[in-house]
Design a protein around this ligand. Structure first.
Ligand SMILES: Cc1cc2nc3c(=O)[nH]c(=O)nc-3n(C[C@H](O)[C@H](O)[C@H](O)COP(=O)(O)OP(=O)(O)OC[C@H]3O[C@@H](n4cnc5c(N)ncnc54)[C@H](O)[C@@H]3O)c2cc1C
Length: 387
């Protein structure tokens, strides 16, 4: 494969697209990213990067910046809504510590690893046609180009996936999510790590982000009809939902300005059963949308980027490389996304007897049993996987 002259078009400059471009450049490829927005505007959101992603990012020399701009997570605590502890994962002895960081900081750290001009903005992919030798790409602004490889890193509403698989829009799976980032009013909670509270049909969580900031998120089971009508008096409504919960849940909501609270429905699709078609391939949320839960979506997208790069380096033809990538990634992504969806449903159970069984199981099941799935997630190393 003539790496430097292989024309690679990556659609989407999210974390998946950016890390793919960095990884490919490290190996001598010369990808271009096409992003539909006019710049990398970033909503006020936070992400947590887990060891399975951090050990990969380490190779690109960005770890120091990430730790400097975020907050190391030493504990993962799960309590019921009254604050009674159900589970505690002590991360103090992890070799690679998770970190929570503002998404805009992660973006700028990654963009700085790419030469200027790698990202072309205002280019929304409209169509592609698979030709015999390559792919013809059309953008909304009527620009055209040809590429030897088209990578769809265009997120959970992926146009590339839609064109490849003719699927419908993602399903609403019944949850409304609110998020905010605030200056922490309570110094004591900055030490606590990631803390989730699971109640009845509702969930709340927060994580320190460094620089005295706290990100919080709350979710509740709601019909699609209701979420479309829950825009006004948002803060009051959320506060009423959570006012009887343990410290610092109502306090954090109270300390947040109404305009600072963003709202989203939780939508997802089952992971695609095929991820490539000739010289076109999906990565990240385009291939496997993850319900926003436990913050594992970005870590999975980073794993995809590394495995895709390794396959392109190893195999001589692009279609072959994409098939090996698909074989390596589908079982992993399907297992993780199914576990995430399961945890998401568990965290929003409503019937009292279900809550009782859930909370007892979380508290009393042997630690080894509870941690099996978490360890499988955290210990995965995309550099060591067989491809
Ligand atoms: C409310 C919420 C909270 C979340 N919190 C976390 C968290 O804490 N931790 C975590 O790991 N994950 C989190 N996730 C999931 C995470 O955001 C995704 O898994 C991650 O962003 C996937 O990255 P990606 O690069 O695949 O897609 P995206 O980040 O969605 O990036 C896709 C990019 O493609 C661009 N694009 C889309 N269509 C086109 C087109 N036709 N042409 C050109 N460009 C296009 C978009 O503008 C965007 O820049 C959260 C998700 C939600 C909804």
């Amino acid at each position: 494969m003539d790496k430097a002259n292989l024309k690679i078009a990556i659609i989407g400059a999210g974390v998946g697209g950016l890390v793919t471009a960095i990884a490919l450049r490290e190996k001598g490829f010369n990808p271009q990213i096409f992003e539909m927005q006019e710049d990398l505007k970033e909503p006020n959101t936070a992400i947590t990067l887990f060891p399975n992603a951090i050990r990969l990012l380490k190779q690109f020399g960005v770890l120091e910046d990430i730790y400097d701009n975020g907050e190391v997570v030493n504990h993962f605590i799960l309590t019921n809504h009254k604050g009674k502890r159900l589970y505690h994962l002590d991360l103090n002895h992890e070799e690679i510590k998770p970190v929570s960081i503002m998404r805009e900081y992660l973006y700028s750290i990654l963009v700085n690893k790419l030469p200027e001009g790698t990202i072309t903005f205002n280019h929304a992919l409209r169509e592609y046609n698979q030709l015999e030798e390559n792919v013809k790409i059309m953008f909304d602004n009527n620009k055209l180009m040809e590429a030897d490889l088209l990578i769809g890193a265009d997120g959970f509403k992926s146009r590339v996936r839609h064109l490849m698989k003719h699927e419908d829009a993602p399903d609403y799976h019944g949850y409304q999510i609110w998020r905010a980032i605030i200056d922490s009013p309570f110094p004591d909670i900055l030490e606590r790590g990631v803390h989730h509270f699971w109640g009845r049909g509702k969930r709340f969580g927060y994580t320190p982000l460094g620089n005295n900031k706290i990100a919080w998120w709350a979710s509740s089971r709601e019909s699609l009809h209701r979420i479309n009508h829950m825009n006004s008096d948002r803060k009051k409504k959320i506060y009423n939902y959570f006012r009887n919960w343990a410290y610092p849940v109502p306090e954090l909501i109270k300390a947040t300005e109404e305009d600072n609270i963003t709202k989203a429905g939780s939508f997802s699709k089952p992971p695609a059963t095929t991820w490539c078609d000739g010289s076109v391939v999906l990565i990240g949320e385009a291939a496997h949308s993850v319900s926003p839960n436990l913050g594992m979506g970005i870590s999975l997208a980073i794993e995809d980027a590394i495995i895709l790069t390794r396959c392109l380096e190893r195999y001589k033809s692009v279609p072959d490389a994409l098939l090996y990538y698909e074989d390596a990634r589908i079982p992993r992504a399907t297992a993780v996304t199914n576990n995430i969806l399961y945890a998401f449903k568990l965290s929003h159970l409503k019937k009292p007897y279900q809550l009782l069984i859930r909370d007892l199981a979380l508290k009393y099941l042997p630690k080894k049993f509870k941690e099996k799935k978490i360890r499988e997630f955290l210990d995965y190393n995309a550099f060591a996987e067989q491809i």
